[in-house]
Design a protein around this ligand. Structure first.
Ligand code: SAM
Length: 257
């Protein structure tokens, strides 16, 4: 029998930012599949607690969680980065497949933010369908992304009039921000930056920064201004946010001024 696998975007943390459609799907499925990283990353226990808070608000009759231990990923600069990521995706697909085979009924994978932005749930579901061990009907339920919340909190339009917006990562920022790629007025939204890569930009006076950490949580932090003038404050607030919750996730917009 075909089973439903819903990839549900939960928004970036605030239970009020869950869409009505996501809330309905959460109530309709039989259980939630959650990748469990708590063994290797104890800070993520708080993220699981935030997810539980979201569910408590929107699934008042209770819910069942099936935890799937997240396989180890080779992060120590593997010689072939692409192959390391592919191996990890495959190990993840096998782990989720086992969980689906062991638990009957319809399932949802709870996705932080929106499933279409820097998240592997859609690729994971594609792989599960390809492997064919479970007959699945996959459904993607959009959520509000951290990027949208960042823009809303700062009262910002991400693009300048008619201008492009590039979404990138901390790992790629210095390449993407190279003068050949980014003209005046262009906009770079940076996610997945563990070390504030914008600190390393060669011309910090030339950029405006709008930054936000742990958006949607009670310990949310916001800073805006010229990169050269606010970067030390951003660093301090980032550390404060990490101390407050045991984890920090931040997103920022850079605009060449
Ligand atoms: C794996 S990506 C997931 C993005 C997510 N799918 C989304 O739509 O926002 C994780 C990155 O998203 C950003 N992020 C997610 N939640 C955030 C939050 N509550 N506050 C600030 N940034 C957040 C951070 O850049 C973090 O490193």
């Amino acid at each position: 029998m075909t089973r439903r696998l819903a990839l549900v975007g939960l928004g970036p943390g605030d239970p009020e930012l869950v869409t009505a459609q996501a809330a309905r799907v959460l109530r309709e499925v039989d259980y939630f599949l959650v990748a469990d990283k708590t063994e290797r990353h104890p800070g993520t226990a708080d993220l699981l607690a935030m997810r539980a808070e979201i569910c408590a608000r929107h699934v008042p009759d209770g819910w069942r969680v099936v935890r799937v231990a997240d396989p180890e990923r080779d992060r120590d600069a593997p010689a072939d980065y692409g192959a390391a990521v592919r191996d990890w995706h495959e190990a993840r697909a096998v782990a989720f497949e086992r969980a689906l085979l062991a638990n009957e009924g319809d399932a949802a994978i709870l996705v932080w933010g929106d499933p279409t932005l820097y998240d592997s749930a859609i690729r994971l579901a594609d792989r599960l369908v390809e492997r064919g061990a479970v007959d699945l009907r996959v459904e993607v339920v959009p959520g509000l992304s951290s990027v949208q919340l960042l823009a809303a909190r700062h009262g910002l339009v991400l693009n300048t009039v008619g201008g492009p917006v590039t979404l990138t990562t901390g790992r790629r920022l210095l390449t993407d921000a190279g003068a050949t790629n980014v003209a005046q007025g262009d906009n770079l939204v940076v996610l997945l930056d563990g070390a504030l890569a914008c600190r390393e930009l060669p011309d910090p006076d030339a950029w405006q920064l709008w930054w936000g950490a742990n958006l949607g949580s009670a310990d949310e932090k916001l800073v805006a201004g010229r990169l050269s003038e606010v970067i030390d404050r951003v660093q301090r607030e980032r550390e404060e946010a990490r101390r407050a919750r045991g984890w920090v996730m931040d997103t920022y917009l850079l605009r060449r001024s």
